[in-house]
Design a protein around this ligand. Structure first.
Ligand SMILES: C[S@@+](CC[C@H](N)C(=O)[O-])C[C@H]1O[C@@H](n2cnc3c(N)ncnc32)[C@H](O)[C@@H]1O
Length: 257
């Protein structure tokens, strides 16, 4: 009998939408042994013995695992951008910044919302992501999207350039919040809004090197995030309920002088 082909499954990283391939048990030494076996030995024993209730359940579970990564990643970015558009009042002509834009999914959605009369700044510190963001903006012909090299102590954005700023799963990576928080404040117009999407410390994720010791793991408790940003001058505008993927979102406002 021909050896069964290794089946790829995938797992959604809680820190982005990177897809981690997994292989059927036995096909790869680093396989996730908990994944259901789609080609059990019983398949050669006839349909009757194969299609018992346990097998049907295993197959159903396998299909769900295989289908999950693409649909959930896309749905989450769209859904989050839709909510941000309302919360941050994105309109044609708005100027918005995505701090730590990663692969640019949210920046692209924001650029569609604000249109040619508006503008989106997408910042990054990772040189590879900066290059990829520039390529993405060119390929998608987004003349309203500017890629900016950020830093740990400054956004590098023009002073008071933005009606709103958002960041998704980035704040807990900041190694110098005492410096970048005032820079975020400076980058916003008076009365401008800041949305921070993040998550409480989660187990099973790698250590984030260089961040303040009070984080308690990979992530940041919401109360610490609120304390730091209010110390920089922001006021809490709202805390929307039920953010996807067990993340939280806090909306801050820069008070008018
Ligand atoms: C977990 S990823 C999130 C990417 C994207 N926001 C998303 O939700 O898909 C965190 C990103 O923040 C970037 N980053 C970390 N510190 C930064 C800073 N001070 N300024 C800009 N980007 C930063 C990292 O390079 C990384 O791409």
């Amino acid at each position: 009998m021909e050896a069964p082909r290794a089946e790829e499954a995938a797992a959604l990283s809680p820190d982005g939408w990177h897809i981690r391939p997994c292989f059927r048990k036995g096909s790869d030494p680093s396989s996730d042994s908990h994944l259901p076996d789609p080609f059990p030995a019983g398949i050669m024993g006839g349909v009757g013995s194969f299609l018992n209730p346990k097998r049907i359940l295993q197959l159903g579970l396998g299909i769900l695992i295989l289908a999950r990564p693409t649909c959930c990643a896309e749905d989450t970015y769209e859904a989050e951008a839709n909510r941000l558009a309302t919360l941050l009042n994105w309109q044609t002509g708005s100027v918005v910044a995505d701090i730590g834009a990663g692969e640019g999914q949210m920046a692209l959605l924001a650029s569609s919302r604000v249109g040619a009369a508006g503008h989106v700044y997408a910042t990054e510190v990772d040189p590879k992501k900066l290059a990829a963001l520039g390529k993405l903006a060119r390929e998608k012909m987004r003349v309203n999207l500017t890629v900016v090299q950020g830093a740990q102590d400054t956004t590098n954005l023009p002073r008071e350039c933005c009606d709103s700023i958002f960041m998704r799963r980035v704040y807990h990576h900041f190694t110098d919040p005492a410096k970048i928080d005032p820079s975020l404040f400076q980058s916003l117009k008076p009365s401008g809004l800041l949305a921070v999407i993040d998550f409480p410390p989660r187990s099973g994720l790698p250590e984030v090197v260089g961040v303040p010791e009070n984080r308690g793991g990979h992530g940041i408790p919401k109360n610490i995030l609120i304390n730091e940003l209010t110390s920089a001058g922001f006021v809490v505008e709202s805390v929307p309920k039920d953010w996807p993927s067990e993340d939280y979102c806090v909306i801050f406002r820069k008070p008018a002088p």
